[in-house]
Design a protein around this ligand. Structure first.
Ligand code: FES
Length: 156
């Protein structure tokens, strides 16, 4: 996941689609991709353009996990806390990440570098403990592996 380009113009995105309700999702997807989240201002602009009521657009953004109403970090870290991962030490991974990043699970670091969350079973229990870093599955995570991953991302 890359940082949003600073010069992206929200109006340019809005103008990509005709002002009609069926383009709501396309607009929200493009805004999410460009800015890593859908701000309240962007949501208002989309609603004004498409004629979709704010409450309905808000419901759509909260229903689909691919949309975020909060600014997200450049790197998305998801740690599985399902049963298999829990038994193999996933809580320690979460604690370690929270301490090192200085952010609680569910939060984003102040520099917008990392977002951290926990999930329940990623469907890869045989590889426990598992985490997903920017959509890449990381199997059998250890403190050493975590170190390496964070070092790589810090250097980007
Ligand atoms: S419990 Fe973690 S992948 Fe299933």
């Amino acid at each position: 996941m890359s940082q949003p380009a600073i010069d992206i113009d929200i109006d340019e995105i809005i103008e990509r689609y005709p002002g009609s309700p069926e383009y709501l999702i396309f607009l929200l997807q493009d805004i999410q991709a460009a800015f890593n989240y859908v701000s309240p201002e962007a949501l208002t602009l989309v609603c004004d353009h498409t004629g979709v009521p704010q409450s309905q657009a808000y419901a759509v953004t909260t229903f689909y996990q691919s949309f975020s109403l909060e600014p997200k970090g450049e790197h998305d870290l998801k740690v599985c806390l399902g049963t298999a991962c829990h038994l193999k030490g996933a809580p320690r991974i979460v604690e370690d990440l929270e301490r090192r990043l200085g952010v609680a699970s569910g939060g984003t670091t102040e520099d917008l570098k990392y977002s951290l969350e926990t999930v329940n079973c990623l469907g890869a229990c045989a590889l426990a403990p598992v985490m997903v870093v920017d959509e890449d599955y990381q199997p059998a995570v250890t403190a050493k592996k975590l170190n390496k991953l964070l070092k790589q991302m810090d250097q980007e």
